[in-house]
Design a protein around this ligand. Sequence first.
Ligand code: AMP
Length: 252
Amino acid sequence: MKIVRTIAELPANAGTIGLVPTMGAFHAGHLALLSAAREENDVVVASLFVNPAQFGADEDLDRYPRDEERDARLAEESGVDVLFAPSADELYPDGFATWVDVGELGHRLEGEFRPDHFRGVATVCLKLFNIVRPDRAYFGQKDAQQAAVVKQLVRDLNLDLELRVIPTVRDEDGLALSSRNAYLSPEERETALVLPRALATKDLARAQELLAGLDLDYVEEANFNGQRVLAAAVRVGNTRLIDNVILEGDLK
Ligand code: AMP
């Protein structure tokens, strides 16, 4: 596996390319995406970039978990060919000024609580797609709205790639794996389990009842391109967690 830090150093690849965009601190959810990409492509590129543009000023950019050495080892074990780990300056050099605005979808649900989040996500994804030129790109159902935003980006801007959405990987206790779970104390983790339990009811009213005691940003039914999900975001201590369950359909 090659670790590459600059766009200029990315190798020219032969065959089909699968791209897995990540912010690192790998867990089994990331590994499921890497393994799907490994099965379906000749070349697998994983990007490792904690994208400042998708964090709000009062969010956790500075304390976001980072462990590149461990990520590189896991990526290599997962059959990744190229780990693209650029600096923020490499992707946002002085004078950077162009942003992708994904419209209404970017301002609902997560977008209501994280106003510029999806602008940052869509912009970095378009940059990564242009830099890596993948045939397929892999995203997790865990971030259903993000997958829907990227789907819209691909459709609206006529990008020539296939989007693949991989099911949410959960811990044995039901909590969806997330790099941010590392912030939770054992007591907070117990509290956080209400989130998957509430969503597992697949019933909005019941979920609202169960989540009533928590610091809830939203629990809502959403329709993302024909896929209906029950989605929620809660704050447990200083940690913000999101999760969703599919009620019906695939992301088209
Ligand atoms: P992140 O590093 O958190 O930006 O996540 C990188 C990719 O992994 C995104 O497409 C996420 O949706 C996906 N992902 C994160 N957690 C999970 C999970 N528990 N199951 C499946 N995919 C996930």
